[in-house]
Design a protein around this ligand. Structure first.
Ligand code: B12
Length: 160
């Protein structure tokens, strides 16, 4: 079965690299094809990678407190570059200091992110949500992709 490609990276000038490595390990083991751009990734780099790999989702991390500035206009850029359907998740320490998560979530959803996660989220549950979201958004296409590269050995009755 073809794996769905997802893009990972830490946005802006943020160099926190540990969580990014953990996300790569978890989502790879959950069956996704992970393209990890690492740290200090610009919006344009995320979008270019998603276009090049035909990704279904971009998972943005932000840890250093400047997430709100770095993520501004992300959805608009995706639409401008033709990624109308791409799923956008964001997670980490998204704002400076302690704000109720509901406030942070609302802020990032208004920016166009489909889901917003706090740092202590269970990543296996996120993977489950991502599978659901991909099915909902790309259902038919995904089903077609699954059918197309049918690798199951065909019986060649005459030749063999
Ligand atoms: C180690 C560390 C550093 C190291 C980073 C080294 C490295 N190579 O990674 C150094 C010393 C370089 C550093 C620098 C800075 N840091 Co620092 N750092 C930390 C620290 C102590 C640990 C981070 C870490 O590795 N955590 C472990 C990993 C596993 O957890 P994680 O990163 O949170 O990632 C998980 C989750 O967030 C979640 N997640 C992350 N992204 C996403 C995305 C999605 C879609 C989902 C679902 C989940 C998800 O899943 C990840 C895996 O479990 C934290 C404090 C803390 N306890 O978190 C501060 C912390 C992140 N740093 C902080 C700050 C302020 C800075 C500096 C700005 C300090 C300064 N004035 O210079 C700089 C920024 C430098 C830069 N340009 O990025 C603040 C951020 C505050 C905020 N957001 O309000 C923190 C929270 C400390 C604090 N309490 O003030 N830091």
């Amino acid at each position: 079965m073809k794996k769905d490609t997802i893009i990972l990276g830490v946005i802006g000038s943020d160099c926190h690299s540990v969580g990014n490595k953990i996300l790569e390990l978890v989502f790879s083991s959950e069956g996704f094809h992970v393209v990890n751009l690492g740290v200090m990734v610009s919006q344009q780099e995320f979008v270019n990678a998603a276009i090049e790999t035909n990704a279904k989702a971009i998972l943005v991390s932000s840890l250093y407190g400047h997430g709100e500035i770095d993520c501004q206009g992300f959805r608009d850029l995706c639409i401008e570059k033709g990624l109308d359907q791409i799923i956008l998740y964001v997670g980490g320490n998204l704002v400076v200091g302690k704000k109720p998560f509901s406030v942070v979530e609302e802020k990032f959803k208004k920016m166009g992110f489909d889901r917003v996660f706090p740092p202590d989220v269970d990543l296996k549950k996120v993977a489950e949500l991502l599978r659901q979201d991909i099915k909902e958004k790309f259902g038919q296409e995904a089903a077609a992709e699954e059918k197309q590269p049918d690798a199951s050995p065909k019986k060649h009755s005459a030749a063999n």
